[in-house]
Design a protein around this ligand. Sequence first.
Ligand SMILES: NC(=O)c1ccc[n+]([C@@H]2O[C@H](COP(=O)([O-])OP(=O)(O)OC[C@H]3O[C@@H](n4cnc5c(N)ncnc54)[C@H](OP(=O)(O)O)[C@@H]3O)[C@@H](O)[C@H]2O)c1
Length: 221
Amino acid sequence: MKVSILGGTGDLGKGLALRLAERSEVIIGSRDPEKARSIAEQYILEFRAKKGRDSSIIGMKNNEAISKGEYVIIAIPFEVLPQFLDGLTVDTSKTVIVPVVPMKKSKEGFSYAPYQVNGQQLSAAELVRLRTGSQNIASTFHTVPALRLADIAQALDYDVMVAADERLTYEKVATLIRSIEGLKPVYAGKLYTSRYLEPLTPLLLNVAINNKLHAPSLKIV
Ligand SMILES: NC(=O)c1ccc[n+]([C@@H]2O[C@H](COP(=O)([O-])OP(=O)(O)OC[C@H]3O[C@@H](n4cnc5c(N)ncnc54)[C@H](OP(=O)(O)O)[C@@H]3O)[C@@H](O)[C@H]2O)c1
C-alpha cells in the first residue's frame, strides 16, 4: 500500500509513519519539502535502529504527496484545517483519512469544539467532505495516542473506530489499520458518526488527567 501523510512531520504523522512503514510505502508531506525529506530520513534511521530493517519512507511537499498515495491522511492541527482545505484538491480515486479533532482547553479540562459552517456544526471529517467534495473519506485514529504509535518497540492492543459513508471506504481503511499490528478496526457507521468519534479524544484526555493515566486508548468488549 502507498500512504501519504500530510503534516507527516508532526507527532501523529511520526507515529503513523513508523507503524505503517512495516507494510506500506510512506510519503511524508510538509509545507517545506526540505523538512519533509530530512524528517523522512530520520524516520528511516529510527525504524532501522529499532527493527533492524530498511523501510520505504520519502518526503516531499504536501501537494505533491497527495498525488502519490492511494491513501491520504490529513494529520494537521485542527486550527489550520479550514485554511488548509482552501488549497486542497483530492482526486476521487484517493481514500482520504481524517484523524483531526477540533477541541478546546479550559481550566475545567478539554472539550469538543466542532466547526461552525453557516450556522451548522460539522465534525472535521464532515468539513473535509464539504470542502473537497470527495465521498471516499474515513474518520479514524482519534483515540490512538501518537506517543504510543511512535514507540515502535512497544506492542499495541487497541480498537480503532472508523466512520465512513461507503462500506467500501471502510473496508479499504480497515485493511490499512489491520496492517498495524495490535490495531483492530471497528465500523462506527456513516461519516456523520464522526461527530461522536472525534469527542472521544477530549474525553480520553480528561480521563488521563483525572486518573493520572498516561496516553490511554480504547478497546471495545
Ligand atoms: N497527537 C496525537 O496523539 C493525535 C491523536 C489522534 C489524532 N490527532 C489529530 O491529528 C492531527 C495532527 O496532530 P499532531 O499532534 O500530529 O499535530 P502537530 O504535530 O502539532 O502538527 C502536525 C503538522 O502539521 C503541520 N502544520 C502546522 N501548521 C500548519 C499550517 N498552518 N498549515 C499546514 N500545515 C501545518 C506541520 O507540518 P509542516 O511544518 O512540516 O508543514 C506539523 O508538523 C490533529 O488534528 C490532532 O487532532 C492527534
